[in-house]
Design a protein around this ligand. Structure first.
Ligand code: SAM
Ligand code: SF4
Length: 388
């Protein structure tokens, strides 16, 4: 029997000063003036339409992601969050995160975001090496990156995240370690450590830079991991490290297969409807100007469909296996409405390969399962024969 998981809210703010050559997010270089007022109006109208699907439910976290949300003024963020509170039942201690790019924030901005109710900042630092930052097409150098972290702390945010990327073009092991050391010097409660990946349809895909060989990349992951673990961080997800109790509640909800409303250009949502015994997925119109234009007739949603049972299995494990914590069968049944018997084939194979252990109550990802995560996740793919 399907049960309601916790609910969160994602708000997409799609503009950036410039498009980074590695980035395949739905982000667009801003041409002309930021349509702040119109976009906040559209977001609130979009949210309003979503309300009947989540009636009476409490929202436990909000994430303002992008793009570069810190292009928006404190005033606009204040109006947006006040509008969210007026429409949704936001938990009193809800985590409210905002992504910020160090090249877009002067000191006072963080004060105004905090006054608006933001209580967690996620900073896109990427590296502390000026040469790397330039190759990554970043609009800031290491000095601005440092100033931004200091400004976040000065504004009184005790909860913040630093994004770093590793396996950067021509990066050495020492350089990768140095980036982590420099980030640790600021005492962040959370650090996201992403291996640079070359995504299709990016500038880097068209003109690939020279990336470290696989063996060196593996050494970087191991050595940076040791450094982080030595500083008290726990790897609770593939790329996410946190001090105990400082995990991102919003991201944990995705990986635990929770529900989320997604508003804004291209935002994805997942909502469980127990009365109809189904889980639905929704996506908003992708291109910012089409999304803005949709405000005229409230046609924000581009796609909406129930998730078929076999896709539910895959989506559940795709997300859930990213986390280090064990997976209880009861939890699988509650969040998918499916019987654990459906898992027999992939579980037999995963345990045979030593990627998972199964004690009839919980599944544990092994060290090998962590190392070969993609292969493990692929075992849960719907097979041709079961696909509708
Ligand atoms: C939406 S962006 C964060 C905020 C802001 N836009 C910025 O870049 O400063 C989320 C993060 O994803 C990571 N990221 C983006 N593209 C990536 C790629 N191709 N490989 C690895 N990490 C990537 C970066 O660390 C980036 O900070
Ligand atoms: S600033 Fe962030 S979202 Fe924008 S293009 Fe760069 S990585 Fe992507």
């Amino acid at each position: 029997m399907l049960q309601l998981p916790p609910l969160s809210l994602y708000i997409h703010l799609p503009w950036c000063v410039a498009k980074c050559p590695y980035c395949d997010f739905n982000s667009h270089a801003l041409k002309g003036q930021l349509p702040e007022q119109a976009y906040v109006d559209a977001l609130l109208a979009d949210l309003e339409l979503e309300l009947p699907r989540v009636w009476g439910r409490t929202v436990h976290s909000v994430f303002l992601g992008g793009g570069t949300p810190s292009l928006f003024s404190g005033q606009a963020i204040d109006r947006l969050l006040a509008g969210v509170r007026a429409r949704l039942n936001l938990a009193p201690c809800a985590e409210i995160t905002m992504e910020a790019n160090p090249g877009t924030v002067e000191h006072d901005r963080f004060d105004s975001y905090r006054a608006a109710g933001v209580n967690r900042i996620s900073l896109g630092i990427q590296s502390f090496d000026d040469q790397q930052l330039e190759r990554l097409g970043r609009i800031h150098g290491q000095a601005e990156a440092r100033r931004a972290i200091a400004a976040v702390k000065d504004a009184g945010f005790d909860n913040f995240n630093v994004d770093l990327m590793w396996a950067l073009p021509d990066q050495t092991l020492d350089q990768a370690l140095d980036d982590v050391r420099q980030a640790l010097a600021f005492g962040p409660p959370h650090l996201s450590h992403y291996q640079l990946t070359i995504e299709p349809n990016t500038v880097f895909a068209a003109r690939p830079p020279a990336l470290p060989e696989e063996e060196l990349a593996w050494e970087m992951q191991e050595a940076c991991g040791e450094l982080l673990a030595g500083a008290g961080f726990q790897p609770y997800e593939i790329s996410a490290w946190a001090q105990p109790g400082r995990e991102s509640r919003h991201n944990l909800n995705y990986w635990r297969f929770g529900d989320y409303i997604g508003i804004g250009a291209g935002a994805h949502g997942k909502i469980t409807l127990p009365a109809e015994n189904r889980v639905i997925r929704l996506r908003r119109k992708l291109v910012p100007h089409s999304y803005l234009a949709a405000a005229a007739d409230s046609s924000f949603i581009a796609e909406q469909h129930p998730v078929p049972a076999e896709d539910l299995v895959f989506e559940y494990f795709l997300n859930r296996l990213r986390l280090a914590e064990p997976i209880a069968f009861d939890e699988f049944e509650a969040l998918t409405g499916l019987d654990r018997k459906q898992l027999q084939k992939p579980l037999t194979e995963a345990t045979r390969l030593g990627l998972l252990t199964d004690n009839n109550y919980q599944l544990h990802r092994t060290e090998k399962g962590h190392q070969y995560l993609n292969d493990l996740q692929a075992l849960f793919l719907p097979t041709q024969s079961t696909r509708r």
